[in-house]
Unconditional design. Structure first.
Length: 184
């Protein structure tokens, strides 16, 4: 099982471009759809948890799944599997970086990859959007966060998205308390 965790996340790490957000869809497809290591609901909670904790989201997801399956050693195997391919590729590229992007076919490939990564991230966002509870508060938080992100990007404001996460968390917690969740 440890080898399976390592190889599964090494494959995800090796063949997914664009960082953690681009990897979310692949992690979900693999861990929920193919391997059945976690449920769809656990994946949704995992994304929130992985985004809220320090570190790259995809590595946090790998660590969680590995831990759930085989404890600390599973977490280590999954995390190393996720990180090792990127580390090896970045190290190899850094040895030749000055000449690497001067090669026309590679420069063009990276332009195409940027577009593909954007589509993958949008796809992951749409999947997450479908799972937003169809209630008033989540929709209000979603619309406010979307409007804030658009304004921040359009006006090139220097604003950390961490504050949007904190604000959304505080609003959700406050609504939970108002509805009497503290007594449960």
């Amino acid at each position: 099982m440890l080898l399976e965790l390592f190889l599964t996340f090494a494959k995800i790490g090796l063949f997914t471009f664009g960082g953690g957000y681009a990897m979310i869809a692949v992690v979900e497809d693999t861990c929920v759809g193919q391997k059945k290591w976690i449920t769809h609901e656990e994946m949704m909670e995992l994304i929130v948890l992985a985004e809220s904790t320090p570190g790259p989201i995809a590595i946090n997801c790998a660590t969680y799944v590995g831990y759930k399956e085989k404890g600390v050693w599973g977490a280590i195997a999954a995390t190393v599997g996720m990180v090792l391919p990127s580390l090896a590729i970045i190290y190899a590229i850094s040895m030749f970086l000055n000449r690497f992007l001067e090669i026309g076919i590679i420069a063009n490939a990276f332009r195409g990859i940027k577009v593909g990564v954007g589509v993958i991230i949008i796809n992951a966002g749409v999947k997450l959007l479908k799972d937003v509870p169809k209630q008033g508060l989540p929709r209000v938080i979603l619309l406010c966060a979307l409007a804030a992100m658009l304004l921040i990007n359009v006006f090139a404001l220097d604003f950390s998205t961490v504050w949007l996460l904190v604000t959304a968390g505080v609003a959700g917690f406050a609504a939970y308390r108002v509805k009497g969740g503290a007594g449960k």
